[in-house]
Design a protein around this ligand. Structure first.
Ligand SMILES: [Zn+2]
Length: 219
């Protein structure tokens, strides 16, 4: 099984009544051999299974080998503006899909396509002006909070800091520092990508810390 570090949510960036065939035709016109997403949710909540999770699809340029892509049809309103057009059936189906994939890959980070946008002004925050795409036309972080998403992560792992370590807003040293964690502090594991751990402090704050500065506490 391939390593999956991300579960990414998308919209098609089209009207709600787009047909699956027109979407496939668009991908063919781009010369893609793979489909754009693993699952695509229609306005009535129907889930189209376009590729097995084991396959690689074309969701985010440069971030596909370790990614699972879930999308809904829509994302722009009748005037062509970016809008969260999800129907209640689409919201429910997306929620089921997120849990389904999360159970398979409990350590994967769940985020929107736009959250992969480069932090151009390097202030650690991906701002609307920096979104390479508005996809999926809503904040995945806020939506997960809204639905009370609970990690089913069975790996109750704890890490401790070897020194005073910065807790950052993203997996890289260019991201904003949220807190400096004193040596010896214990943090709960949530997820990881190569070189970085996504951890939670006792006060609930979450962020990224460099793996090499952390040590796992053995139970
Ligand atoms: Zn997208």
């Amino acid at each position: 099984m391939r390593t999956v570090n991300f579960i990414t949510i998308h919209c098609t960036g089209g009207p709600q009544n787009q047909s699956l065939e027109s979407i496939r035709a668009h991908w063919r016109s781009l010369g893609w051999r793979n489909v754009g997403y693993h699952r695509l949710v229609a306005a009535d909540g129907t889930v189209h299974e376009l590729a097995p999770y084991s396959a690689i699809t074309n969701g985010v340029a440069g971030h596909n080998s370790n990614n699972i892509h879930l999308s809904y049809i829509g994302g722009i309103d009748s005037r062509g503006h970016v809008a969260d057009t999800r129907t209640s059936a689409q919201r429910a189906a997306l929620e089921r899909l997120v849990y389904e994939v999360h159970r398979l890959y409990p350590a994967a980070v769940i985020q929107g396509h736009r959250d992969f946008s480069p932090d151009k002004n390097r202030n650690g925050i991906i701002e609307p002006s920096e979104w390479t795409k508005a996809c999926p036309s809503f904040s995945v972080k806020a939506w997960l909070q809204e639905i009370g998403f609970k990690s089913a992560n069975p790996q109750k792992r704890t890490f401790t800091s070897r020194a005073n370590v910065n807790l950052r807003d993203g997996a890289g040293t260019t991201f904003r520092i949220l807190a400096t964690v004193p040596a010896g502090e214990r943090l709960q594991f949530i997820a990881e990508v190569p070189g970085w751990l996504f951890l939670q402090l006792a006060n609930g704050t979450t962020g990224w810390m460099a793996s090499q500065l952390m040590q796992e506490v053995m139970p």
